[in-house]
Design a protein around this ligand. Structure first.
Ligand SMILES: *Cc1c(COP(=O)(O)O)cnc(C)c1O
Length: 344
């Protein structure tokens, strides 16, 4: 295997500064789910902490605990997939900020043997129906939460939701529900220290969605939205490239040992160019474990090729657009079997 997924941590740091400036005065919660969008959790969290990021969005408790191990005791680490009582207990033990989108978890919390109070952020379902407390159950959830707070079992840290960012009108409707839910919480004596509902797109484009925290994943890694504004307009840059060296040259062309099993969708064959020492060359075939490039004079085994991403002709989102998907999908497909390397 000659391929490597090369992550430029200085470029990442520039994106972090850009995100911070774009969402200010809200704070940036760096979303690091899916192994930091496949860039490698540990290196990403370590650099982000050094750059002043203090909130991390970790998805599940296991990932949250991994972030805790890297970022130390002062990081705030938000998780929103909590699978029952044991998982909840582990989240409390790791001092995570727990996104509660299911009333059953409030009962689980009541049943935990007393330890430190859990930091909780109640999630109102504002229309995505992924998880979240339905508006008609919100008051009941608030009463239960108030009991847990009074009993010293929970600290009420936030109200949150997740929006589709598919259309401004849908997002506006979601925000109206969100604001109502927050007002109801306040009336119930539960004052959210942190409100949050936006991710990359709304966090950049729509000031009224920023609230206290903006949960930004994609843009932090320089992944622009498919069909949306470009990197230059957003002020971000791709931070990673897939690089590989030429393994063989034969009459069919120049071969690399990356293929669909490593994350290069075979439907991209014939549709994009890579960087070679002689300039752009088309990827003509994509097999399971190798691909074939159009030849060039003096091609040599060991020549370095930038397949996509930073320094390449196509970004993850450029490739995604060719096959009607999103940049995250291309980034997340880069196989864990390809080693990550870090430059800074
Ligand atoms: C993935 C995710 C985000 C980050 O979304 P991006 O578009 O990558 O910024 C934010 N919040 C939640 C709940 C998520 O699942």
């Amino acid at each position: 295997m000659s391929a490597v997924y090369r992550v430029d941590l200085d470029a990442f740091a520039r994106n972090l500064r850009r995100v911070r400036e774009a969402v200010a005065p809200a704070a940036h919660m760096l979303v690091v789910k899916d192994d930091a969008y496949a860039h490698g959790l540990e290196a990403v969290v370590r650099r982000a902490w050094d750059e002043g990021v203090r909130w991390f969005g970790a998805f599940d408790v296991v990932t949250g605990a991994a972030v805790r191990a890297v970022a130390g005791p002062d990081a705030r680490i938000f998780v929103w997939l909590i699978d029952g009582s044991d998982d909840l207990a582990a989240g409390v033990a790791a001092d995570l900020d727990l996104g509660i989108g299911d009333e059953a978890l409030l009962e689980d919390l009541a049943g935990l043997s007393a330890g430190r109070p859990a930091r909780i952020h109640l999630k109102i379902d504002t229309g995505l129906h992924r998880n979240g407390i339905r508006p008609e159950r919100w008051d009941a959830a608030l009463s239960r939460t108030a009991e847990l707070v009074d009993g010293g079992r929970a600290m009420f840290e936030g109200v949150w939701s997740h929006i589709s960012e598919a259309s401004d009108a849908d997002d506006d409707d979601a925000r109206a529900l969100f604001l109502e839910a927050r007002a109801a919480a306040r009336e119930a004596g539960l004052v959210a220290r942190f409100s949050h509902l936006a991710a990359s797109a709304a966090g950049f484009a729509r000031g009224e969605f920023r609230e206290d925290l903006v949960r930004v994943g994609a843009f932090s890694y320089g992944i622009r939205p498919a069909g949306g504004p470009g990197e230059a307009e957003l002020g971000i840059e791709p931070i990673a490239c897939l690089a590989a060296t030429v393994t063989t040259i034969d009459p069919r062309g120049v071969h690399l040992d990356v293929g669909s099993l490593h994350g290069l969708p075979s439907t991209l064959a014939g549709r994009f160019d890579v960087v070679t020492p002689e300039g752009p060359r088309r990827v003509e075939q994509i097999g399971a474990t190798s691909c074939v490039l159009a030849p060039w004079n003096d091609a040599a085994v060991g020549d370095e090729i930038i397949v996509f991403g930073r320094g390449g002709f196509f970004s993850a989102t450029d490739l995604a657009e060719l096959i009607d998907t999103i940049g995250e999908e291309i980034a997340l497909r880069v196989s864990p079997s390809i080693p990550r390397s870090y430059r800074s």
